[in-house]
Design a protein around this ligand. Structure first.
Ligand code: NAD
Length: 496
């Protein structure tokens, strides 16, 4: 990539297309704080074109005529192409979101598994024969694709989260309009170049870039969109849900978190320190499952905090493209300001600053939006720093007395996305996994995810599930078919 500024158009009906508005907006490299690409600024007219293309592809044409096995084969071919292009796509993502190349390359090498797995599931979406209780009838079910799906994604893991949505949607037979985050649109537009080579007909997958209030809202509002699958903040998720409800659209929401990472006094402390560090400082804390509340048993609290500080202090910050870097910049300028604001809030609430608490002033951080890894101790769970998602490298440490206390603190949150439990007591591990209100519980590990295992939130962390067989159900509706095999019509005026 040279220094000229790249330009990215929409992708509609198999072709790249200029925006109706004639306007373009800037995409920044967060490490350099510089514009590196211009992105098409979409509006409702672009959304309408894309949705109609997706609707035509869904209703008639080659996609609608494919068998489920043929759809599966296309998905597997797409997976192989993503595998071939993984390194290049990862570099584009890093340029846009500033996350470590080491992490994004790992993600992109894993993304093909979603296409292989759902490619394999495409022809296993089976209905059932119901052993119906009425004589003379045969009853069976069909799981039919919902239609056009609007997939709206955030900036932290653009292509991985896109794969979570479109792989099951396409396996089910839906067609898709993607709306990537305005901060990280480029990788999605590089990715869709692979669809033609994989053999997908035009219109099956479309991309409209732009701002949430214009493109996102128009997609949720469009009458031909039957399903909205959204990943982003809880505030936007609420708006999307309310808007979609007016049109009785199906919705899946993957939202934020304030996940507790809970260390008991019998835990292997070295492992738990690594789990706590990766929970909050990996990806600069910009993951929905960040373990942003560290709950420490009072007996190991001081010793653990010491060990944690020793490791956190050694974090190497700098260029995310450098494979030695451990903590990169915050992705966007507003997010950088938000993180610094939460640090002030925590200070004013009376939490004790143990580490960081300011922008990084290290030569290797250049002009980027870097915040020092930050740890607050003496946090009370009712403080805002313990209740609100920061989405940055800021850890809130909370002391607890016993298992009941840990459960009460962990569940005292509007969120319920992930939770970590560190203990050598197998009974305690099982009890905690049952008592914690969250979509995922990790025992003696943190952050593991797989295409095979359902992922989603309790409470304000979301609706529906991604990954695993469960995700297919998000993109189909069930039809019940009754065949009269010889039942006599009794009195037609009386319903039985
Ligand atoms: P965001 O809510 O600001 O934006 C997400 C997407 O929604 C973007 O594409 C945006 O343009 C779009 N959008 C904004 N307003 C809209 C509207 N009115 N209608 C429709 N779409 C609209 O979130 P973000 O800042 O990009 O991402 C960070 C958030 O995402 C965090 O809260 C994080 O926890 C969450 N997240 C959740 C998961 C998960 O799986 N649960 C994964 C990653 C990130």
């Amino acid at each position: 990539m040279n220094n000229t500024i790249a330009r990215y158009q929409h992708f509609i009906d198999g072709r790249f297309a200029d925006p109706d508005s004639g306007k373009w907006f800037d995409s920044y490299n967060p490490y350099k704080g510089e514009v590196w690409a211009h992105i098409a600024e979409g509006n409702a007219a672009d959304v309408d074109r894309a949705v109609r293309a997706a609707h035509d592809a869904f209703s008639h044409g080659p996609w609608a005529a494919l068998t489920a096995s043929q759809r599966g084969a296309l998905l597997r071919k797409l997976g192989a192409l993503v595998e071939r292009e993984a390194d290049r796509l990862a570099e584009v993502e890093v340029r846009d979101n500033g996350k470590l190349l080491a992490e994004m390359a790992g993600q992109l090498k894993y993304v093909p598994q979603w296409f292989y797995y759902y490619g394999g599931l495409a022809d296993k979406i089976e209905g059932a024969v119901i052993p119906i209780d009425k004589k003379g009838y045969f009853n069976f079910t069909r799981h039919e694709p919902l239609g056009v799906v609007a997939a709206i994604t955030p900036w932290n893991s653009p292509l991985m989260l896109t794969a979570w949505k479109i792989a099951p949607a396409l396996a089910a037979g839906c067609t898709v309009v993607l709306k990537p985050s305005e901060f990280t649109s480029a990788s999605t537009l590089e990715f869709v170049k692979l669809f033609e080579e994989a053999g997908f007909p035009p219109g099956v997958v479309n991309v409209v870039t732009g701002f949430g209030k214009d493109v996102g809202a128009a997609l949720v509002e469009h009458p031909l969109v039957r399903k909205v699958t959204f990943t982003g903040s809880d505030a936007t998720g609420r708006r999307v849900n309310e808007q979609a409800a007016r049109h009785f659209k199906r919705v899946s929401l993957e939202l934020g978190g304030k996940s507790p990472n809970i260390v008991f006094d019998d835990a292997n402390l070295e492992d738990a320190v690594n789990g706590a560090i990766s929970g909050i400082f990996a990806a600069t804390g910009q993951t929905c499952i960040a373990g942003s509340r560290l709950l420490l048993h009072e007996r190991i609290h001081d010793e653990f905090l010491d060990k944690l500080l020793q490791v956190a202090k050694t974090a190497r910050m700098g260029d995310p493209m450098n494979l030695d870097t451990q903590v990169g910049p915050v992705t966007t300028r507003p997010q950088y300001e938000k993180v610094l604001n939460y640090i002030d809030i925590a200070r004013n609430e009376g939490a004790t600053l143990m580490l960081g608490g300011q922008p990084a002033q290290r030569p290797e951080c250049g002009n980027g939006w870097f915040v020092e890894p930050t740890i607050f101790a003496d946090v009370n769970n009712r403080m805002r720093i313990a209740q609100e998602e920061v989405f940055g490298p800021v850890l809130a440490v909370i002391k607890f007395k016993d298992e009941d206390d840990a459960v009460a603190i962990a569940n005292d949150s509007n969120f319920g996305l992930g939770a970590g439990v560190w203990t050598r007591d197998i009974g305690q591990a099982f009890r905690m996994s049952e008592r914690i209100q969250s979509g995922t519980v990790w025992v003696n590990t943190y952050r593991a995810v797989s295409y095979m295992s359902p992922f989603g939130g309790y409470k304000h962390s979301g609706l529906g599930r991604e990954n695993g067989i469960d995700a297919i159900r998000e993109y189909v509706q069930t039809k019940s078919v009754w065949i009269n095999t010889g039942a006599a019509t009794a009195n037609p005026f009386v319903m039985r």
